[in-house]
Design a protein around this ligand. Structure first.
Ligand SMILES: *[C@@H]1O[C@H](CO)[C@@H](O)[C@H](O)[C@H]1NC(C)=O
Ligand SMILES: *[C@@H]1O[C@H](CO)[C@@H](O)[C@H](O)[C@H]1NC(C)=O
Ligand SMILES: *[C@@H]1O[C@H](CO)[C@@H](O)[C@H](O)[C@H]1NC(C)=O
Ligand SMILES: *[C@@H]1O[C@H](CO)[C@@H](O)[C@H](O)[C@H]1NC(C)=O
Length: 446
């Protein structure tokens, strides 16, 4: 009996190890295969044969070469500027904040479409906000609702983030906290921006108590672990803010549709935002009674009186939180916008807005390729002034300060940017490359 069993056992062991060996070999072969496929793909990305090439004229994505699928269409995206003269190059993508006159892909060929992506604050590059410059682009993705790919809600994840009551505190508790806390909180560390908000807030503080945690008008400290700007999305920071009745949500610039997390954060927490920024903010609020909207033509004292009145009248204050308590978002425009936007925020199951922008351009490039194949005239896209527009920055009149004050620079900077935009517009239409010196000469002969 024994010898037979041992033989069987040995046979079994042999078979088993052979099996394991085989599996491992297959895995290695498969990995090698994948490796080869990857290198092949990498090679392909350096010599795109038939796909249109789209060049990022900015290091934004850092991608040296990627074949990207956009539905049924495919394009080759690269930050490698040496593709400027490649015969398959159909479009250039620009990032507003680093759009610079020092190097532009000129001359621009008939087939070169230009696309502008600008989601940041207007103050980062005022030049683009003037008709002669914005209209040189074919495609736009900006905070403006009128752009080809509006990014107005870029700081809002979804409706459920607004409806959430995770941080909402009962009013009775907020009233108790009022013994140690001001009714209003302010958290800004970038002082004296174009909206002139600090001057307004400083005046407001003469008439109502404000706890100011940021560097601007600072009068209250955050716990040490929340002091750097990366802690702005920390749970502990949210808990501190959620204790307040009001948060000053003042944007750094005043332009229609320019809305940031400053508005959404208090709405998510269940605190009433006192909002100053986009004049058309009502188009975006979850409900007409969800924020106190500052009227810049009224003195801050009047706003202070209104906030104090709400602080004393629970019923009136609660009207601003009714939408939150019922989880009801009555603004159909906001609901539609979040449903229709082809990108997500902090959501790996959806495209990012950069993916969506790249694909919008890729699909439009393909649209014209297909039209050419069918001998149809090409479709023409043009950015309009409304795709990126902001009125000149204005100072609040109730405060005077010396002309050397940092708050004075924005208006001058805006006017200067208008001259630069006119000069650049003329030079781009002449369609020859130019040096920085030639550009400044053009600006000053204006
Ligand atoms: C950029 O593309 C060119 C070919 O157009 C290639 O020779 C060069 O190596 C690329 N540069 C980088 C940094 O990949
Ligand atoms: C909000 O109020 C404005 C006028 O102040 C009105 O035009 C708009 O229809 C209202 N929106 C909702 C959703 O009630
Ligand atoms: C892109 O814009 C330029 C300048 O306005 C225009 O000449 C060109 O026809 C446009 N191309 C397309 C495809 O829209
Ligand atoms: C314009 O571009 C050409 C070719 O890229 C270059 O040789 C020339 O020096 C450039 N001229 C100016 C004024 O930058």
């Amino acid at each position: 009996m024994w010898p037979v069993s041992v033989k069987k056992l040995c046979a079994f062991c042999f078979c088993a190890s052979a099996f394991v060996f085989l599996i491992m070999t297959f895995q290695v072969i498969e990995q090698l295969g994948q490796f080869e496929e990857n290198t092949l793909r990498q090679k392909l990305t350096h010599t795109p044969l038939q796909d249109p090439v789209i060049v990022w004229w900015s290091p934004l994505t850092g991608e040296l070469g990627r074949l990207g699928d956009c539905g049924r269409n495919r394009c080759f995206f690269t930050v490698n500027k040496s593709y400027h003269s490649h015969p398959h190059t159909k479009a250039f993508l620009f990032y507003g904040t680093d759009f610079s006159i020092e190097s532009l892909p000129l001359p621009r060929h008939e087939q070169h479409q230009w696309a502008l992506f600008h989601e940041e604050s207007p103050k980062n590059n005022y030049k683009l906000f003037h008709e002669p410059l914005i209209t040189v682009f074919n495609h736009t993705a900006t905070f403006s609702r009128r752009s080809h790919l509006p990014l107005t809600t870029q700081h809002l994840e979804d409706l459920s983030a607004l409806r959430a009551q995770t941080h909402l505190l009962p009013l009775a508790y907020k009233n108790q906290l009022r013994r140690t806390l001001a009714p209003v909180a302010y958290v800004q560390s970038h002082c004296d921006p174009p909206s002139d908000r600090d001057v307004y807030v400083q005046e407001l503080m003469q008439h109502i108590q404000v706890d100011s945690y940021g560097q601007c008008l600072h009068n209250k400290d955050l716990p040490p672990h929340l002091r750097d700007s990366t802690a702005m999305d920390d749970h502990d920071f949210y808990q501190i803010l959620a204790q307040y009745k009001f948060i000053l949500a003042f944007e750094n610039a005043v332009c229609d549709d320019y809305i940031t997390e400053k508005l959404w954060r208090p709405l998510k927490l269940g605190v009433v935002p006192v909002y100053y920024g986009a004049p058309n903010v009502r188009m975006w609020l979850p409900d007409n009674r969800s924020a106190v909207v500052v009227d810049p033509n009224e003195p801050p004292k009047k706003l202070a009186q209104y906030l104090k009145w709400l602080d004393k009248n629970d019923g009136e204050y609660l009207k601003y939180l009714e939408w939150k308590q019922k989880r009801e978002i009555s603004n159909v425009n906001l609901v539609r916008e979040l449903k229709d936007r082809p990108w997500g925020v902090h959501d790996i199951s959806q495209d990012s807005f950069i993916d969506a922008f790249e694909c919008m351009v890729c699909n439009r490039v393909w649209e014209n390729i297909h039209r050419q194949e069918k001998k149809l005239p090409s479709k023409v896209w043009r950015a309009e002034e409304s795709h990126l527009t902001c009125p000149p920055p204005e100072l609040f009149e109730f405060a005077v300060s010396p002309s050397s004050s940092p708050r004075q620079i924005w208006r001058a900077s805006y006017e200067q940017s208008r001259r630069e935009a006119r000069a650049l517009g003329r030079m781009l239409r002449r369609n020859r490359n130019f040096t920085v010196t030639q550009f400044w000469r053009e600006v000053f002969t204006d």
